[in-house]
Design a protein around this ligand. Structure first.
Ligand code: FRU
Length: 497
């Protein structure tokens, strides 16, 4: 095959996302080690380089200047005598607290080494370090690994580290069974136990994994900040939702996290099935000020058997996180990063139209790689929204149910689904119209839907596996009319060719 042809066919396989991150081939799960340094965003990820199912974990590596176009790099961290490389984070050690950088700065990765206890099958998970003096190109494991262990706890993993300015120290949040432990350090090497959070709070229907802890302004007001703790929860056979991520909102004093919500309340970051183990970028410059997040767009319930061949799994698009006061209390908001707008290609605009049964204002559009931003003013229609990736025998419905007051994605009839009995289905979440309006921001990319309702206060992320020719889009209203105040639809360019 000529190089030109190879280039044209790159990332064109069935179901291959065009503007989401996927590895060229083989298995990927959690995002890891996300850090910004010297003009580059690093994304590492749980990677099995020798197969399309979970296996001995490495850290795959990609680099981007804009969080949209990614360059694949060689594997960052590979298993060694201490075991496989499970999830973890990376930070810039600006002041050489670790002593790895001869007084300069550099990158330090803090990750879980996973093996088994000597002469036993019992899993052993310990925290270790690696550092890079060349902008993440090559990594050296720390000689003194592991740096943190605790024999009494089996599930002891996924360190997320950040610099806490107020107390002048490093803070690590770490999943420990069904709690989150906080450790502190002056040098990233010696860690001291500070506190434990979780018992009696939120959901405990699975093992706790992949925590993240950061501060966010409420309604953009930097004088009013709250700390947010993310905790992913593993798949449990008794809960059809599979693996998903909850969050807590409260305060943090450098040692202890205080939950300000009712401990019985569980807040989910996403109401779809396919957003797990997500965490945020470290060291995004203060001038930028964003807290940027990415999640693994799959679910442990079926992640190993989704119907892709060459690779398995994608990341969500990067999202900006915020907090917003709502009628129900302060809630997390997520929205696509602005950088994605650089992919906008053909544009369709509709304004002030009535949507009614039997009339499809998007009948002429065909795409399965696009973005829609629409504002509706609720009327008599019981339900409205979009049928996307629509073909002769399939469609995915993305919409709002005015009767139930729910935002939903219905993938019951979205395409290939037989690989797992729990895949087909409708996923919904309570959402009230705001001033009588509902906004739907939808991103469709071949085999995924991301739906942001009312400026990101409710999010639904779902995989779908439709036929590649199912490209029709229908703007619909059911049992009545709805006013479409505005709609912008953009087809989106690929980032891979
Ligand atoms: C979450 C997780 C982590 C672990 C990693 C192993 O999806 O189970 O807790 O470090 O995946 O690949």
């Amino acid at each position: 095959m000529s190089n030109v042809l190879e280039k044209q066919q790159y990332y064109t396989e069935k179901y291959r996302p065009q503007f989401h991150f996927t590895p060229e081939r083989n298995w990927m799960n959690d995002p890891n080690g996300m850090v910004y340094y010297n003009g580059e965003y690093h994304l590492f990820y749980q990677y099995h380089p020798n197969g399309t199912t979970w296996g001995p974990m490495h850290w795959g590596h990609a680099v981007s200047k804009d969080l949209v176009h990614w360059e694949h790099f060689p594997i960052g961290l590979a298993p060694d005598k201490h075991g496989a490389i499970f999830s973890g984070s990376a930070v810039v050690d600006w002041n050489d607290t670790s002593g790895f950088f001869e007084g300069g700065s550099g990158l330090v990765a803090i990750f879980t080494h996973a093996d088994t206890y000597p002469d036993s099958d019992r899993p052993r998970q310990r925290q270790s370090l690696a550092y890079s003096k060349d902008n993440g190109r090559t990594w050296e494991k720390y000689q003194g690994n592991p740096v943190l262990q605790e024999e009494s706890i089996t599930d002891f993993r996924d360190p997320k580290v950040f610099w806490h300015r107020e107390t002048n120290q490093w803070v690590m949040v770490l999943a420990a069974g069904q709690t989150i432990r906080v450790y502190t350090s002056k040098n990233l090497i010696a860690w001291e136990f500070a506190s434990e959070f979780g018992e009696g709070h939120g959901s405990h229907i699975g093992v706790w994994e992949c925590p993240d802890l950061f501060e966010l302004p409420v309604d953009g007001d930097s004088n009013q900040k709250k700390w947010v703790l993310f905790v992913s929860i593993g798949n449990d056979p008794n809960y059809i939702e599979g693996s998903r991520t909850q969050y807590f909102i409260g305060d943090f004093d450098g040692k202890t996290f205080f939950n300000h919500q009712d401990p019985e309340l569980t807040l989910w970051i996403d109401h779809g099935r396919d957003n797990y183990a997500g965490v945020s970028w470290s060291d995004v410059p203060a001038e930028d000020g964003r807290r940027i997040y990415i999640g693994w767009m799959s679910n442990w319930r079926y992640a190993n058997i989704t119907p892709t061949k060459e690779w398995r799994s994608a990341m969500t698009i990067p999202r900006v996180l915020g907090l917003k006061k709502t009628e129900e209390g302060i809630r997390l908001v997520q929205n696509p990063i602005d950088e994605l707008q650089s992919l906008r290609h053909e544009k369709i605009v509709i304004e002030n139209e009535i949507v009614a049964p039997g009339k499809n204002l998007l009948a002429n559009v065909k795409s399965n790689t696009f973005e829609i931003i629409a504002e509706f003013e609720v009327g008599s229609a019981a339900e409205f929204g979009f049928k996307v990736c629509k073909g002769a025998h399939e469609e995915t419905i993305v919409g709002y149910d005015l009767v139930k007051q729910t935002l939903f994605v219905d993938r019951t009839n979205s395409g290939e689904a037989a690989f797992h009995e729990d895949f087909a289905g409708k996923h919904e979440s309570h959402l009230l119209p705001a001033n009588n309006k509902v906004t739907l921001h939808v991103l469709v990319d071949q085999s995924s839907i991301e739906l942001f309702g009312n400026d990101g206060v409710t999010v639904i992320t779902d995989l779908i596996f439709p036929n590649q020719d199912s490209k029709q889009i229908e703007l619909y209203a059911k049992n009545g009319e709805v006013k479409l105040n505005s709609l912008e639809l953009y087809t989106l360019k690929t980032v891979w060719r």
